[in-house]
Design a protein around this ligand. Structure first.
Ligand SMILES: Nc1ncnc2c1ncn2[C@@H]1O[C@H](COP(=O)(O)OP(=O)(O)OP(=O)(O)O)[C@@H](O)[C@H]1O
Length: 467
């Protein structure tokens, strides 16, 4: 009844009345006409007499789901469609884009963001022809539910199908290789090889032949012709890890290959043509390396067409419980150990840790716990200490200064005196925290009560000695 020719409607399909309501209100506030549906079937029925300017649909609804609806609409040339879902794994996101969605909203979403997405999509009409629909989507181990990871999934879904070169940045262990694999698996190149080469792990003099291959006799030790990674990855994806470490000479060579799509094997005459998608990764600041003259700006430009940034784990702590539970279960299964689970308190404690080694470090911790934790429930005490002993700039600096001076002065009991000072500091901190209760203080320090008493006694005896 709101329909007029000049005021096209936005249709919302979602079985959740609340979502429909707030979304519809926000869109109306933005001056749009909105019509609501609670199922795919209702949308189909309405399509017999009208067309939306844009459809926003949930993925999971009773009856026909959003993705099926999306493909049906695309087949009829109705568009654009924005998909919404609480399931923000790579597979669902990528499936939505493949089926022709113009955008993907991860629930819960910000209403302004949703309105902006609608306006953007309306501005981009006409939408292009539908991409073929693939129903079977491979499962990925790339997990996460933080806003940051949802954004990563969205980007992967968006760019996987294109042949654009992607640069993945992030600290060590943040999942760069997994993202590269996901890009490959979600692209039309799946089924073709995914070949990884860690630039930093290979001696620079061998890197060229690793990349481009060599002919027999090309250099000492080259007894047989060898296909390089470029050749091995033909039709698929070549993942160049730690690209920031690539020597300049090789950067020049790689650039030429990327620009011309052709290369020679080392010592070879035959011009090779390759069809390879390049996904590169680095934990370094590539822009900084360019500025410092260590990385070719033109090569960076070629590799850095789309950038996916993986935030460190400490900036997406909400992912930690999910990942930890997954790794614990996976380790138990892999090592054929009885399954264990985290107590609530242990999960909370883990989520508060900083993981300098990121997801890899968390994974290692969980594997260790799967093996060594005693009970079937993992308690905070099983986790061991997390707070790193303050290293630089703190007491160790002062200690070093003191030791240097004491050594210079020829003191002979440096170690004993330092130990004593350390013990005293720890004991006093623990006693203060536990109102002088020795047993509790000992437990807090992880030493026995006798040890504590002995140390206290030792210090009394020596009190006059200043450390
Ligand atoms: N989001 C994630 N979900 C599940 N597993 C993950 C995730 N991110 C990383 N991992 C796991 O953590 C480990 C490290 O990931 P990966 O090797 O992809 O990191 P990376 O950034 O490439 O590390 P590096 O820079 O050190 O090569 C792997 O075992 C990987 O399976």
């Amino acid at each position: 009844m709101h329909m007029t020719e000049s005021h096209p409607e936005i249709w919302i399909a979602d079985d959740d009345r609340g979502v429909r309501y707030v979304l519809a209100e926000a869109l109306r506030d933005a001056g749009l006409l909105v019509r609501e549906f609670s199922s795919g079937e209702e949308v189909r029925a309405a399509l017999r007499e009208a067309r939306p300017a844009l459809l926003l649909t949930d993925v999971r609804m009773p009856g026909e789901g959003g993705l099926a609806l999306l493909s049906a609409l695309k087949a009829q040339g109705v568009g654009p469609v924005i998909v919404m879902s609480a399931y923000t794994d790579v597979a669902t996101t990528a499936a939505a884009y493949r089926a022709g969605a113009v955008d993907y909203l991860a629930k819960p979403f910000d209403l302004d963001q949703a309105v902006a997405a609608v306006q953007r999509a309306l501005a981009d009409v006409p939408a292009t022809a539908a991409a073929p629909v693939v129903d079977v989507v491979p499962a990925h181990a790339l997990l996460g539910e933080s806003a940051a990871m949802r954004e990563v999934f969205r980007l992967i879904g968006r760019v996987a199908a294109s042949d654009l070169n992607v640069l993945i940045t992030g600290e060590t262990g943040t999942g760069k290789e997994l993202v590269a694999r996901a890009l490959h698996e979600e692209s039309a190149r799946r089924g073709k090889p995914f070949v990884a080469l860690n630039t930093a792990a290979i001696p620079s003099e061998l890197l060229e032949s690793e990349l481009f291959g060599h002919e027999a006799g090309a250099f000492t030790g080259a007894t047989r012709r060898h296909a390089g990674r470029f050749e091995q990855a033909e039709g698929g994806t070549l993942f160049l890890d730690e690209i920031g470490d690539m020597p300049l000479a090789l950067q020049t060579r790689l650039l030429r290959v990327l620009a011309g799509g052709e290369f020679y094997r080392v010592g070879g005459r035959e011009l090779m043509r390759g069809n390879v998608r390049i996904v590169a990764a680095t934990h370094q600041d590539l822009d900084g390396r360019v500025a410092a003259g260590q990385f070719r700006p033109d090569l960076k430009h070629r590799l850095d067409v789309v950038r996916i940034e993986l935030p460190p784990l400490r900036e997406r702590r909400t992912d930690i419980p999910l990942l930890a539970q997954h790794f614990l279960a996976a380790a138990a299964q892999e090592l054929r150990l009885p399954p264990k689970r985290f107590s609530k308190a242990a999960l909370k404690a883990i989520a508060q840790r900083d993981f300098p080694g990121n997801v890899r470090e968390l994974e290692n911790l969980c594997r260790r716990l799967a093996v060594i934790a005693a009970g079937t429930e993992i308690l905070p005490a099983d986790l061991g200490s997390s707070a790193a002993v303050p290293a630089a700039g703190g007491w160790t600096d002062a200690l070093r200064e003191w030791a240097t001076q004491a050594i210079a002065e020829g003191e002979l009991d440096i170690h004993t005196r330092a130990r004593e000072a350390l013990d005293q500091t720890l004991l006093q901190a623990a006693l203060a925290a536990h109102d002088g209760h020795r047993q509790h203080a000992a437990a807090a320090l992880g030493v026995g009560r006798n040890t504590l008493t002995r140390k206290l006694g030792a210090s009394r005896k020596r009190r006059p000695t200043k450390p």
